[in-house]
Design a protein around this ligand. Structure first.
Ligand code: FAD
Length: 418
């Protein structure tokens, strides 16, 4: 396929330069396709900037799992750091909530875990390859991810370990002393820990996406910064209307993260996406009290990740409209708790807010739009989009090139909802 042959400006136009769009663009270039990547901002400036930077081998169990039902009574109070919910949003979106809960049953655990395991495994391979090729290997740390409990949660930790072991995902059960040996600079408040040993992390997710985008540009890809207004079928392909022009292409990939549904509605697709909003704030680290890896306080419902600019504290979920005003209640609740674990200084910059784009089964959509040839959907990567972006993109590029994707894409088919 070439521009001259198709009469279009490019074989593929990728909409959105978060981790998913940039990855799709890289993978499509690697297949010899001409690619234009479009975003209104610089690559990696939105959700793919503000996340916790965990490249998680073990996040194969989405939030909507059976244990969610036992937690619901506590969540109903709307005071828990793990989940705040807007009653008006919840009533208006009761259909999404019901479908999300319907997926939290025991019978829905294994099929989704198996699907996510395939996606995550393929993605981690690509991250580890690309981060070196993109000259950003100094940003990745192979030190694992530590989940910790203050209570005597040995049974919970063992249960999680056994479940992960079924998928050959390694982890180590730790007691208080072993936690201190791994993280000597935290206060020994945790009784039980589970170290996900095959998980990595990065010290700046936004910079990693930017490095990947430079790698794409270096391979002959084009990046255009513009607001995307519409996508319109155009003969054998597509016309993408921008604030300052238009692009025609044979294939268009929608990788707009939490904004993906907006441009699809005029084409008759109603994407059942909710926005699991989350916040972060960074704090000046005390160099004598450095963290070695991301730490997930399971009961406190927050994460602390050592980042380039400081210790990044990220929150649980706020279920509300994507663009509703920020509420810093969860950050305000968890920052003092985090401070009680590791010493850090004053805040660096302002609090950040982003939206985890989530479909009712917590699986992303990866594949062709059901009624429009040449239109490809790559979004809905929920809590693990930074991890799963590369293989999401590689699968789309493979399907465009009529080659086998690097994992089983069946469970991710957009036709399950559209
Ligand atoms: C608090 C928090 C912590 C998280 N922690 C982790 C973690 O540790 N590990 C992990 O794997 N995942 C994590 N995630 C999830 C992860 O960040 C997301 O799933 C992932 O970044 C989504 O990537 P994306 O490319 O789909 O979307 P985005 O990164 O949001 O990219 C979408 C792009 O589309 C562009 N765009 C939208 N509309 C338009 C338009 N009309 N015109 C032009 N451009 C447009 C935006 O500018 C943006 O750049 C976390 C998320 C949050 C909120």
């Amino acid at each position: 396929m070439s521009d001259n042959f198709t009469g279009k400006q490019a074989d593929v136009v990728v909409l959105g330069a978060g981790i998913v769009g940039v990855s799709t663009a890289i993978a499509a270039r690697q297949r010899g396709l001409s690619v234009i990547l479009v975003d209104r901002r610089e690559p990696g400036s939105e959700t793919s900037y503000g996340n916790a930077g965990v490249l998680s081998s073990g996040s194969i169990l989405p939030l909507n799992k059976p244990s969610l039902f036992s937690a619901l009574p506590t969540y109903m109070t709307n005071r828990h750091a793990a989940l705040r919910w807007d009653p008006v949003w919840t009533i208006r979106n009761i259909d999404w909530v019901a479908r999300f809960l319907a997926n939290a049953t025991t019978s829905r655990v294994k099929p989704r875990a198996t699907a996510l395991h395939g996606l995550i495994g393929a993605s981690l391979n690509l991250h580890r390859e690309w981060i070196v090729k993109a000259d950003a290997s100094q940003r990745i740390r192979e030190t694992g991810w530590l989940k910790v409990w203050r209570s005597d949660a040995v049974a919970a930790a063992k249960g999680e370990q056994a479940f992960l072991a079924e998928y050959d995902i390694a982890s180590e059960l730790l007691d208080r002393q072993a936690i201190s040996a791994l993280e000597p600079n935290i206060v020994p408040v945790y009784k039980v820990g589970l170290l996900h040993t095959q998980t990595a992390s990065v010290d700046s997710p936004g910079e990693v996406v930017k490095a990947y985008a430079r790698m794409f540009a270096g391979s002959g890809g084009a990046i255009r910064q513009s607001d995307i207004k519409a996508i319109i079928p155009d003969g054998e392909g597509w016309r993408v209307v921008l604030a300052d022009g238009a692009i025609s292409a044979r294939h268009v990939v929608v990788a707009l993260g939490p904004w993906s549904g907006d441009l699809l509605r005029p084409l008759g697709y109603r994407v059942p996406m909710a926005f699991e909003r989350g916040y972060h704030r960074e704090f000046k680290p005390n160099p004598a009290r450095a963290l070695q890896r991301p730490i997930h306080d399971a009961e406190g419902s927050f994460l602390m990740t050592p980042m380039e600019q400081g210790i990044r504290v990220t929150t649980g979920v706020e279920l509300t409209a994507r663009d509703a005003p920020s509420s810093f209640a969860q950050l305000d609740a968890v920052v003092p708790v985090a401070r009680g674990v590791v010493e850090f200084g004053e805040a660096v910059g302002e609090p950040w807010r982003g939206s985890r784009p989530t479909l009712p089964d917590s699986l992303p959509m990866i594949g062709p739009a059901p009624r429009h040839p040449g239109l490809w959907l790559a979004f809905g990567n929920q809590h693990i989009g930074f991890t799963t972006g590369p293989a999401t993109g590689a699968a789309i590029a493979a399907m465009i090139g009529r080659a086998p994707p690097p994992f089983d894409v069946g469970p991710f088919s957009p036709s399950r909802y559209l």
